[in-house]
Ligand binder design. Structure first.
Ligand code: G6D
Length: 349
C-alpha cells in the first residue's frame, strides 16, 4: 500500500493510503477524521484544508466523543452520582460530548503498512472531568484501508474511572461525488425494524417505534426521495432524517446498511458490531456551506453513525453506554465500497 503525508494547514497533517486498485483513503489528525475516500470520485463530504473544517463545520468526517448525540440538559447519573456535562448554549442539551470535543483535538498518530491493508492509528487522552465527564479516558481510533476497498474504523477506549463512552464517526457519504447533488436519488436498504422518534428539540422520546408502515422503513430498498417527499411528521420535524435506527444484526458479517448511487455503479455496504446507526441526511438547507468551491446541496450527504442509540443514559431499553473503570472498550465498523462495471445496454430509445 502507498502512504503519503502532507501539510493540511494550521499545523495538521493529511495522510493518504492508496491500495493497488488506486482506491484512496485520506485522514487528518484534526479530529482523527476522514477527509476523502474513493478512486475517480470522492465519495464522502470533506474540505480541502484544516482551516475550512475549523471555520465551516467541525463535525464532518470527524471522530465524535465522548458521547455521540444529545444528552438531555447535559445531566445523567452514574453509580448513584449525578453529573452535569457541558451543554450547548442554544439548546441547553449536550451534543457530541461537549465542544471542543474529539472533533477538534489534534490527535497523535502512527502508521502501519502491510500488503493487504494499511492503517493510521490516532490516539488521544480526554482528561478526567473534561466537559464534566469522570475518568482519564485514553482513546484510539484506527482508520484502515484494505485492498478490497474497505474502510474500517476500530475504536478503543480505557478509563481509570467508571464513565460514559459512546463514540462514533461523523462521515457523510455522497456517492455521486458531486456535493451540489442531493442524495435524494440514492437507494437505501437498512436492516432496521425500529427507530427512535424525537421530540421537537431532537431528544429521543425513549420509545422504539416500528419502521414498517412509516416513511422510515428501508427494509425494502427505496430512494431517499421517498422520505424527503413524504409527509411523515418525524421527517417534517427535522426536514429529513436525523434519527437513531435499531439494527437486527450487529455481528460485522451481516450488512447493516446498503447505499447505492443513482446510476447503480457504486454500492456502500456498512457492517458493524454496534446495535444502532444514527442516520442524518445533512438537513442544512440550500447552500448552507461551500465545499470544494461549490455550494453543498440540501441533503448533500448521508451519515451512518454507528453507536449505541443516543439517550441510552436515561433509557435502558436503548442499551448501555457505561464504561466501567479499567475495562477495555472496542468497537469495529466496516464501510465497504463496491465499484461496479456499468453494462452498456446501448441506445434503448
Ligand atoms: C448529528 O444527530 C446530530 C445532528 O442533529 C447534528 O446536527 C449533527 O450531528 C452535527 O448527526
Amino acid at each position: 500500500m502507498q502512504i503519503t503525508e502532507k501539510n493540511f494547514g494550521n499545523g495538521y497533517q493529511l495522510i493518504t493510503i492508496k491500495n493497488e486498485a488506486g482506491f484512496q483513503l485520506s485522514v487528518t489528525d484534526l479530529g482523527a477524521r476522514i477527509v476523502s475516500l474513493g478512486r475517480e470520485k470522492n465519495l464522502v463530504l470533506g474540505f480541502d484544508s484544516a482551516q475550512e473544517y475549523l471555520e465551516k463545520d467541525v463535525f464532518i468526517g470527524a471522530s465524535i466523543g465522548r458521547t455521540a448525540g444529545r444528552i438531555e440538559n447535559g445531566r445523567f447519573t452514574l453509580d448513584g452520582e449525578s453529573y452535569h456535562v457541558t451543554t450547548d448554549s442554544t439548546t441547553g442539551h449536550s451534543l457530541h460530548g461537549g465542544q471542543p470535543g474529539f472533533e477538534t483535538k489534534k490527535w497523535h498518530y502512527t502508521i502501519e503498512n502491510g500488503d493487504d491493508e494499511a492503517s493510521v492509528i490516532f490516539t488521544t487522552v480526554s482528561p478526567d472531568n473534561e466537559h464534566g465527564f469522570p475518568g482519564n479516558l485514553s482513546v484510539e481510533v484506527r482508520h484502515t484501508l484494505t485492498k478490497e476497498n474497505t474502510w474500517r474504523i476500530t475504536t478503543k477506549g480505557l478509563s481509570d474511572r467508571t464513565t460514559l463512552f459512546n463514540p462514533t464517526n461523523h462521515v457523510y457519504f455522497n456517492l455521486t461525488g458531486d456535493v451540489t447533488q442531493s442524495v435524494a436519488q440514492h437507494k437505501l436498504w437498512l436492516d432496521s425494524p425500529a427507530f427512535a422518534p424525537l421530540r421537537q428539540d431532537s431528544i429521543p422520546t425513549g420509545r422504539k417505534v416500528k419502521t414498517s408502515g412509516t416513511a422510515f422503513d428501508f427494509q425494502k430498498t427505496k430512494t431517499l426521495a421517498d422520505v424527503f417527499t413524504s409527509d411523515f411528521e418525524q421527517k417534517n420535524l427535522v426536514n429529513g432524517i436525523d434519527h437513531p435506527f435499531f439494527l437486527t444484526e450487529n455481528n460485522l458479517v451481516a450488512p447493516a446498511a446498503k447505499l447505492t448511487s443513482p446510476d447503480d455503479t457504486i454500492e456502500l455496504v456498512v457492517s458493524t458490531d454496534l446495535p444502532c446507526i444514527v442516520i442524518f441526511t445533512a438537513n442544512f438547507g440550500e447552500a448552507a456551506l461551500e465545499m470544494h468551491g461549490k455550494p453543498l446541496a440540501d441533503h448533500g450527504g448521508i451519515t451512518f453513525e454507528t453507536q449505541i442509540a443516543p439517550g441510552a443514559e436515561q433509557f435502558s431499553d436503548f442499551g448501555s453506554i457505561k464504561l466501567a473503570a479499567n475495562e477495555p472498550f472496542e468497537t469495529i465498523t466496516n464501510y465497504q465500497i463496491h465499484l461496479k462495471e456499468v453494462k452498456n445496454h446501448g441506445n434503448q430509445s
